[in-house]
Design a protein around this ligand. Structure first.
Ligand SMILES: Cc1cc2nc3c(=O)[nH]c(=O)nc-3n(C[C@H](O)[C@H](O)[C@H](O)COP(=O)(O)OP(=O)(O)OC[C@H]3O[C@@H](n4cnc5c(N)ncnc54)[C@H](O)[C@@H]3O)c2cc1C
Length: 436
């Protein structure tokens, strides 16, 4: 028995796992319910199967082929983004889309159809997947691509690991001139200012994202830092060292350390420190631009042993007032977190049936687990999101009620036809009719 957890530590599941060493293993030889497990960087219970087996994919981490002319990489699905980057960056290629941590597997990234700071420019990762192999529990395997088994291709991208096990995948990379990024920061006050900056930046820059202060009210309400970035043309400028975990949180901190006073103080400090960079173009290594949190080992422990909730939602851009109402509720509750990330998604369609990203304003933030108080706030946020025609991200969720899921993802019934009969997650037990 090994302990398999999700990133937010709210559910912990000690359960059995199978650990295939080669990608042609036979799922038909197993019994009981199954769920693929990547690196557990999902925050909630979509990567857990507490009453069955998880298929631990970490040993399936071999590179299969790399066309250095065309930037086409094929590797096993358990290969970590960190390893892919180490391999491809020296050859002048980069991942077309990356989330805010490089410690995710390729299979896990496909199953959540992850997005990054370049959503407005490149859409989700599924748009860059050329093909993959899907193993089903009846022992069959399917090659899926935009031309072959297209229905399974669409169901598996963003399919939460429920359609079968991806054994390998082929991805189209993007060309980069150097490992460095040019980055510029602008201060904003209010969501309208954010939206104006976002509209301008999204036509001129490949990457954009904002940090939003979710603790301040009055004149500082909805203040933030808007960052744009591009792959830098030269690596001659001042550079940072590769950021490897240097600081580490060795154990769970006592819950008293995270409270509305410490959060407010941190946010003010962060805002004032970073606003000093306003108007300057900074050259940063890609590691510190894309993965600032990876520089702090085990940062998820700062919330203590009771864990935390992450809440990420998107509402159409026309619903700015809903985002404002949500923010008002968060500020008034005093439960908001250190790190709130605001991004305007573009309109490039996501290829997955259940993909989360859709055009609009997307906010992601952590809430320390204060039991019923936190849950009551999240329920109020759900109501705002439902009424605005938005959705909540399953990769970050551990509590979404069934009715809310069905409202966010109205095509779930179409998706159900592609679920492997033996595959299920704790998330799916909660949001669907299927309980075993
Ligand atoms: C610090 C941090 C920042 C993040 N930033 C972002 C972000 O910017 N954008 C974003 O979209 N997400 C973000 N995430 C979430 C993360 O990218 C996703 O949850 C990702 O899917 C985790 O990948 P994993 O390999 O750890 O997979 P797991 O969390 O282990 O599993 C994720 C899902 O993939 C399925 N799965 C795993 N392997 C396979 C396989 N071989 N075949 C089929 N299904 C499989 C699992 O069943 C599960 O449903 C962030 C997470 C963290 C911790």
């Amino acid at each position: 028995m090994t302990s398999y957890t999700s990133w937010a530590y709210v559910p912990t599941s000690t359960q059995k796992a199978i650990k295939p060493a080669w990608m042609d293993f036979d799922l038909g030889a197993t019994t009981g319910s199954l769920l693929p497990y990547g690196n557990g960087r999902s925050y909630g219970d979509s990567c857990l199967n507490s009453s069955g087996l998880v298929i631990d994919s970490k040993s399936l981490n071999r590179f299969i082929s790399f066309d250095t002319e065309q930037g086409i990489l094929r590797c096993e699905a358990g290969t970590m983004f960190a390893d892919i980057l180490q391999f491809i960056v020296p050859t002048g290629w980069f991942l077309p889309v990356t989330p805010g941590t490089k410690y995710v597997t390729l299979g896990g990234a496909i199953a959540n159809d992850v997005h990054g700071k370049n959503h407005h420019h490149d859409g989700t990762i599924g748009r860059h997947i050329r093909c993959f192999e899907l193993l089903r529990s009846d022992g069959k395997s399917l090659i899926c691509s935009p031309k072959e088994n297209t229905d399974f291709f669409a169901a598996t991208i963003g399919g939460l690991g429920l359609t079968g096990f991806i054994s390998w995948a082929e991805i189209q990379l993007i060309k980069i001139p150097s490992p460095f990024m040019s980055v510029e920061t602008t201060v904003f006050h209010g969501l309208e200012e954010f939206q104006t900056l976002s509209e301008q930046a999204n036509t001129n820059h490949r990457y954009s994202v904002a940090w939003l202060d979710c603790a301040s009210s009055g004149k500082d309400f909805a203040r933030g830092l808007f960052m744009v970035g591009d792959h830098a043309n030269s690596d001659k400028e001042e550079k940072e060292r590769v950021l490897e975990p240097k600081i580490s949180v060795p154990f769970n901190l006592p819950k008293q350390m995270i409270n509305k006073y410490s959060v407010k103080a941190f946010n003010t400090l962060y805002f004032n420190k970073n606003r000093l960079n306003e108007g300057k173009i900074i050259y940063q290594h890609y590691d510190s631009f894309f993965y600032p949190l990876d520089g702090i080992g085990n940062w998820n422990r700062i919330y203590g042993s009771q864990g935390f909730y992450q809440y990420q939602f998107v509402v159409p851009s026309s619903q700015l007032s809903v985002m404002e109402q949500a923010l008002n509720k968060i500020v008034a509750s005093g439960l908001g977190s250190f790190l709130a990330v605001l991004k305007e998604f573009g309109d490039l369609p996501s290829p997955g049936m259940l993909s989360f990203p859709s055009p609009g304003l997307c906010l992601a933030l952590d809430f320390a687990n204060r039991g019923e108080t936190t849950l009551a706030l999240l329920q109020q946020l759900d109501q705002l999101v439902i009424n605005a025609g938005g959705k909540v991200y399953p990769a970050k969720d551990v509590r979404m009620p069934q009715a809310a899921f069905q409202s966010y993802y109205p095509n779930y019934e179409e998706f159900e036809a592609y679920i492997d009969p033996r595959f299920i997650s704790d998330f799916w037990r909660r949001v669907s009719e299927k309980k075993s």
